[in-house]
Design a protein around this ligand. Sequence first.
Ligand code: PNS
Length: 168
Amino acid sequence: MNINSRIGIYPGTFDPITFGHIDIIKRACKIVDRLIIGVAENINKHTTFDTKLRTSMAKNEIKRLGIDVNVVSFNGLLVKFAKEQNASVIIRGLRAVSDFDYEFQMSWVNYKLLPEIETVFLPASEDAQFISSSFVKEIARLGESVSKFVPVGVQKELIDLNRIRSEE
Ligand code: PNS
């Protein structure tokens, strides 16, 4: 890897990874030399899947796509993780207007913490405008297919999860 290579971090909860995330990953690969997916561990929201499973679902998708992207879980501040990985860019996907406020605040905080790392926003593709992990989990919990929103491996995890829940 060239010393001037541009390394990008695509951070998120990925609870679970969806076609919306995959759309951003594919497009982010075009603007950085190396992409690292950062799966956040200690976020202040409850996750359905633990870090290990969220990371392995993302890794499986990267493998299936056959792209050269690393998937790494991280704890603590995103900018600290980005610096450790020698990244100069944080990539975030933006869906419609609802994401704007939160994303702008987050990019501002990250810029204040570490100005040498820039946030780049990629607009979600038309097909992925309204996919969210929360919607996917709700649809799956209510027994409907989520094949339009998540890959097969993730569909299986959601089916298993809901089977376990219904047996409890
Ligand atoms: O997929 P998400 O839930 O929108 O991702 C949010 C995430 C994980 C990128 C964000 O919560 C994060 O960066 N967490 C790490 C802690 C941190 O750096 N917080 C300060 C910036 S808000």
